[in-house]
Design a protein around this ligand. Sequence first.
Ligand code: F6R
Length: 601
Amino acid sequence: MCGIMGYAGSLNSQKIILTGLSRLEYRGYDSAGISYQENGSLQLVKKEGKLVNLENAISKIKIKSRIGIGHTRWATHGKVNDTNAHPHQNEEFSIVHNGIIENANQLREFLQTNGHKFKSETDSEVFLELLSYHYKQNQNIQSSIFKAYNEIEGNSAFVIMQKDSHKLYAIKRSAPIVCGLKQNEKEVFVSSDPYALMGQVDNLYFPEDGVLIVADYLSSKRLIFLEENETPSSRFKLQKKELNEEIISKGNFDHFMHKEIHEQPLLVSSLVEHFKKDYKDIPDDLFKGVRVVHLVSCGTALYAGMVIKNFIEARSDVKVLWDFASEFRYKNHRFSTEEVALFISQSGETADTLACQEICKEHGLKTYSIVNVEGSTLFRNCDYNFLSYAGTEIGVASTKAFTQQVLVGHFLTLLFLRQLDYEKVALDFKKLASAMNKILDEEDKIKQVAQKIYNYKGFIFTGRGIQFPIALEGALKLKEIAYVHAEGYAAGELKHGPIALIDENMVNIAIITPDLYKKTYSNAQEVKARKGKMVVIGDESNKELEELADYFIGLELTEDLKVFEPLVTNLVLQLLSYNIAKLKGTDIDKPRNLAKSVTVE
Ligand code: F6R
């Protein structure tokens, strides 16, 4: 949520910052801005709307600057407009911020009574003025940053630039900051996301909370880490990682989301090789004595977890209790020594998920993650991580990350049951990949269904058992990218209320697979009897389903694919949502009001 990019070095900063911001735009796109030093003074350009508005504004100015900071915003405090866009700047400093300052109102009042004037409605500007307040008194930027940092409440990351200085400063609390450099190059980078630094750096540094980064491209060290008493800090992690220029173009696809949906068979096929490499030395006692797993995540990642719950509970007597991270964190917990916690996250930066991991850790629980971004905060904080190897996911709506999370969950279940046979898993994944390829090859059939239903106002997705989380995920995907009302329901729950919504204007997308077939089929008939428009997803050889459906999406559901049926039906729903959204002409990769990683509560 919100993207931050800072650069200081021998090259022109503006181009580098804009490139970084273009990679971060998926984190927020309400507005974008850039601040830079020119002839000793701070300059500022910021624009409401997508990054292209900022790019157009900048193209009219000739900028020659070695140092600057930029930001893409996902609004929290204050309307979406030019003034509330970041950076925030006064005579002395310019800052960018990601997060929320919870005591902003009290601090603003205090600062106003001390003569400080505010231009924006944001909490971020409060940090700027607080920093200036301290700086006026002690003329020491480092201690002023620490003072302001200690006075704010909540999770935040800041990058700060001072007029007439060649240094950048950064500090964070439970929000991501990464800085980086390349051997022998006179330049330093700081960002909220390693992805923005791809191809620019070969060393990445992840500071811990409360460590001040001083990025000075003219000093021999270039990056200095300081504790509050301004002594050197060793509280940071270095990742010497070659950040490949991944495929960051859409290729032949119109949208990243579509490309990412189509990447899935390849990712599925290569997952076992990653497992083999990563888990060579897996500790024997990794899951020893586990009786209860708390599965805590948000959104799509939680739905992947609900599928995994089915995997584990169907095959063992371990209990899996799932919860939304935003609920779990405020509950009164009592844990026993037989309980552990599993967090699932694409970004590894979701604020609520991170807070829950901390709570579990404080209670002495072992914490595990299924996470896509290596080096993310969740990755660094958990006791043990299972990487999901989905590659970079740019489309804001999660697709391939879900599939990989579920497959890692399958792998974990086998590991837990001590039934892991790599050859069998490789074969199963291969079969799944080929079933997925078949669906992708026949996307036109799904497109035709999309054409028939895209103008309807309401959609109810139904499924039972292991398909229930898929109904939830299908509805989530449709509402986020097509902006239509969609609900996911356990099929048997319809008659307890939602069936009142059914008439000829409502579409029921019914997932009716062989599992619990008769019950789910009856529920669909109940909808049909009330004139609901039926889209049915089920076994292609089933004539009964074909008759029931207004539009039938038949799949080859073989017995050996059974365990992966949720991934196959989910792929159909991903394509259906994508094609509906395309017909509606929405901004599929950057749906309104959303951002890729939700780093605020
Ligand atoms: C929906 C979506 C979100 C995320 C959720 C958690 O398409 O992407 O629901 O799944 O915000 O994000 P991560 O997985 O990064 O923790």
